[in-house]
Design a protein around this ligand. Sequence first.
Ligand code: AMP
Ligand code: ZN
Length: 464
Amino acid sequence: MTIKLYNTLTRKKEEFKPIKAGEAGIYTCGPTVYWFQHIGNFRAYISWDLLKRMLIHNGLKVRHVMNYTDVGHLTSDADEGEDKMEKAAAKEGKKASDIAKFYAEAFEKDAKKLNIITPDVVCKATEHIKEQIELVQNLEKKGLTYKTSDGIYYDTSKFPDYGKLGKISFEGLDAGKRVDMGEKKNKTDFALWKFSEEKGKRQQEWESPWGLGFPGWHIECSAMSSKYLGEQFDIHTGGEDHIQVHHQNEIAQSEGAFGKKPWVRYWMHVAFLTFKGEKVSKSKGGLYTISELEEQGFNALDYRYFCLGTHYKKPLNFSIEALEGAKATMTRLKNLIIELKSKDDSKKTADYDSYKKKFDEAISDDLNTPLALAVLWDVMRDNQLGSKEKLELAFSFDEVLGLGLKSAEAEAIEVPDEIMALADKRAEARKNKDWAASDKIRDKIKAKGWIVEDKKEGQKLKKA
Ligand code: AMP
Ligand code: ZN
């Protein structure tokens, strides 16, 4: 199957041709672990999980690397402001490393609930200080850096390709208007290493050839991606907010240091999850976390389904009403799967292969998830195909979609409160060995259209 990916670098959908045949290396800019990741952040990770699953589905061997930013990400992209980790540590009165550990674990728990496959390598900026220092030294040797009173900076005027990703030009930038130049030579210059203002004021600081300090935010991604994927690799992903600054700077660092062009072949960016038309962002208090959605009665995979309904490059507006729609559709889907599981008829029609082809084409066409879901629903509605074949197709599609269809169980059925109350009463009667009362309640439940079965783990309710 031809795989096509939209490449931000060329602003075109291109055929995916890996550097090494049959393999794909992906680097994903991961969470800054100073707070919970909100559902906007997770839109990004769900998209990259789909990308990875799609490549695997097409027979590629994928190596996926993701970082945790646990130092150096300042509250302003212009290398000013506080370090987000230090700020959170001070606010919560904890060690920065404990803050990082706590939010990284919270992220992993939510990612698991969303069926996001754990990357092959998960790397932390604080555990790669040596690699970052070496990379800055490399850039220094190549004459691409300069020193100011607060750090070592990248001189972007010495990197002619600067701006190619975001399609910006030095002339086009409104100098000094938004960005305080400070001692910077060019408005796009950025910190590679920042000096500690005074020893011990920060929790996280390291010795370096330039004195005590900490790495700039961008250098970690260049240092860790090259360590785990080599100096040139296939795909780099992130949110669309990374295009103009973070990824541009990563390119300047990596191409400047390694001299390989292009450093990354395909740049993929997910559009924002919005709420009432505005970007959902952590600095503005975020929106919901996955746990908060669960508290409202949603399943994490309802949110995954909601995300799949819109192509990753299109902005997606979140609302509880829209999520309720996704939840109802997921419940319907799971119930259909449960029903199919209880049947054993088999019939392979000519459409069986064409569904497969349509699905593969849709998902391999720059992750066209809305179309892929439509194919899944066509299968579910097909009156000719056997139950066995329908299940086969649904499960095979779900290896990419990640909706957990294989483990769909009867609890997907929403049992009305009235029936639940009767079942509770019956459980009580059975506990008291009042079999007559138990049978009476069972009949009552049946009269209302439900069947109660007694299993080892307790009562199980089924629609009659
Ligand atoms: P951060 O933890 O802030 O570094 O963000 C983690 C990831 O989430 C990055 O790839 C961001 O680009 C992405 N992101 C942040 N906000 C949103 C949003 N509202 N919609 C989609 N992706 C987002
Ligand atoms: Zn990054």
